[in-house]
Design a protein around this ligand. Structure first.
Ligand SMILES: Nc1nc2c(ncn2[C@@H]2O[C@H](COP(=O)(O)OP(=O)(O)OP(=O)(O)O)[C@@H](O)[C@H]2O)c(=O)[nH]1
Length: 286
């Protein structure tokens, strides 16, 4: 299923999350560690109200570790507990449980003080399409319950999943829309594969990716495409990269579509190593 975020869809998604809020003690807000700000829902605070929350930076295996640490420190600074995981491999999952217990510590302590034996923590995962919600649910469940796929929008159906004795998870995650408020956010979401390629122009996504690499990781860009210097003109950069990597249209001409696809694929498949597309200080409104 492809999700297109028309106002009607947004309202429905929001209503579904709001309805389930009362069922849970804590929200697990899943974001992409490569773009922890842009992969958040812009209205998350308003939607989950004062419900306790744990921010989970997923796909940490693909993100720049140094930057991930910066982000974790940033969230901590804001009083928001955050952990970094790789749902795909199942690393960092213990930090989810300990993080949830930390967030709910006061509540649990109060219950204990009143002689109430704390029950399992009830949680719901929310996040934008393709951020790894189903993968994380499967990992936590230990068996294949939620359907996963690499296309945005494949999650359905509902029940509680027991994760050990201390956690119960709603098997249906809340799907929220990403931020579409500025173009750069759109490009970040597109270049990492969080939104469909057809939404933005392929060349523009590749150009965004090249400019980002040139600024943030220039040596990796030069090394990957064997460039002594990065050409100033974007057309020349495409020509050089396309020619070098055999993206040709015939008669020695470079095929720009193929070149754009190659650049995007290289970014998404970690040919430039682990990348993080934004730094904490770029935006301050968590
Ligand atoms: N490298 C890496 N890939 C991951 C990780 N978590 C999920 N993925 C991949 O990301 C893609 C999307 O994962 P899903 O679990 O289907 O994402 P989702 O959020 O449930 O997606 P929707 O159903 O579209 O809302 C899949 O190809 C996963 O294998 C991770 O931690 N690391």
């Amino acid at each position: 299923m492809t999700i297109q975020w028309f106002p009607g869809h947004m309202a429905k998604a929001r209503r579904e999350v709001t309805e389930k809020l009362k069922l849970v003690d804590i929200i697990f807000e899943l974001v992409d560690a490569r773009l922890p700000q842009s992969s958040r829902n812009p209205m998350i605070d308003e939607i989950i109200q004062h419900k306790p929350r744990l921010v989970i930076l997923n796909k940490a295996d693909m993100a720049d570790q140094y930057r991930t640490n910066e982000w974790l420190a940033y969230f901590a600074d804001k009083g928001i507990k955050a952990v970094a995981v790789n749902a795909h491999q199942g690393t960092g999952l213990k930090s989810i449980m300990s993080g949830a217990q930390e967030v709910l510590k006061d509540k649990i302590d109060k219950m204990k003080a009143r002689g109430i034996k704390p029950r399992a923590i009830r949680a719901m995962i929310v996040g934008i399409p393709n951020v790894g919600k189903s993968t994380l649910i499967n990992r936590l469940a230990g068996k294949n319950i939620a359907k996963t796929g690499n296309m945005p929008g494949v999650t359905k159906a509902q029940q509680w999943i027991k994760v050990g004795k201390e956690l119960e998870l709603l098997d249906t995650p809340g799907i929220l829309w990403p931020k579409f408020e500025d173009q750069e956010v759109g490009y970040k979401l597109a270049v990492t594969g969080a939104i469909k390629d057809t939404i933005l122009n392929l060349h523009d996504i590749a150009i965004y990716g090249l400019h980002f690499l040139e600024e943030a990781y220039p040596s990796r860009l030069k090394e990957r495409y064997d460039l002594e210097e990065i050409p100033e003109e974007i057309v020349e950069a495409f020509d050089r990269i396309g020619a070098k990597r055999g993206c040709l249209a015939g008669r020695g001409l470079v095929d720009y579509d193929k070149t754009a696809e190659l650049i995007i694929r290289d970014i998404r498949t970690e040919k430039f190593g682990r990348l993080t597309f934004e730094r904490p200080n770029e935006s301050d409104d968590v």
